[in-house]
Design a protein around this ligand. Structure first.
Ligand SMILES: [Zn+2]
Length: 177
């Protein structure tokens, strides 16, 4: 009678992988909950519970040696842009909400000294769009015009970021959700 072949499963790698997957799932769940809270219009009222975070539309992330596929701000310069509207856009961007803080110091792709004071370290949001804190620098100092869809969104909102209950502040007066 032939002996049955017995397959010895590599149990230790399987258990280790399962533990790692569990940790990743826990971390993702935590991140998802935090994202929902940050995007909530009124966190103290608990309206964030059970809601999915809205997918944010990223804009204003520029070319770098590490990300050569991204656009370069020089292609969006519009010196003929109405200066009054440009200033309203700067104000809108600077009064948006902090989505993620301390994402690392950025730098100006238009040739300003390595770290202009307003280039920022945060990712900002108005609840619909996601953009780097430094986008306001490009608009204010280099007349970089935002994408047409984003500009139209700001026009429709009359250049006022949506109201939210601030639960924290950071230097410079930006609010967090
Ligand atoms: Zn610059």
């Amino acid at each position: 009678m032939p002996r049955r072949a017995v397959m010895h499963l590599p149990l230790i790698p399987i258990v280790t992988t399962a533990i790692t997957l569990a940790a990743v799932i826990t971390a993702l769940r935590h991140h998802l909950v935090q994202a929902v809270r940050r995007l909530s219009p009124s966190p103290p009222q608990g309206r964030w519970m059970g809601r999915s975070p809205r997918p944010l539309k990223a804009v204003g992330y520029w070319w770098s040696p590490d990300e050569p596929h991204l656009p370069h701000p020089r292609d969006y310069v519009d010196q003929a842009w109405d200066p009054h509207e440009r200033q309203r856009v700067v104000s809108y961007l600077r009064n948006a909400y902090v989505h993620r803080a301390c994402m690392g110091m950025s730098w100006c792709r238009m040739g300003c000294p390595p770290h202009p004071g307003d280039i920022g370290t945060c990712d900002m949001t108005d609840g619909t769009w996601l953009f780097p804190e430094g986008l306001a620098h490009y608009v204010a100092h280099h007349s970089v015009k935002p994408l047409a869809d984003f500009l139209e969104h700001m026009r429709m909102a009359e250049f006022r970021a949506p109201a939210a209950t601030p639960v924290g502040t950071k230097p410079g007066g930006s609010r967090t959700l």
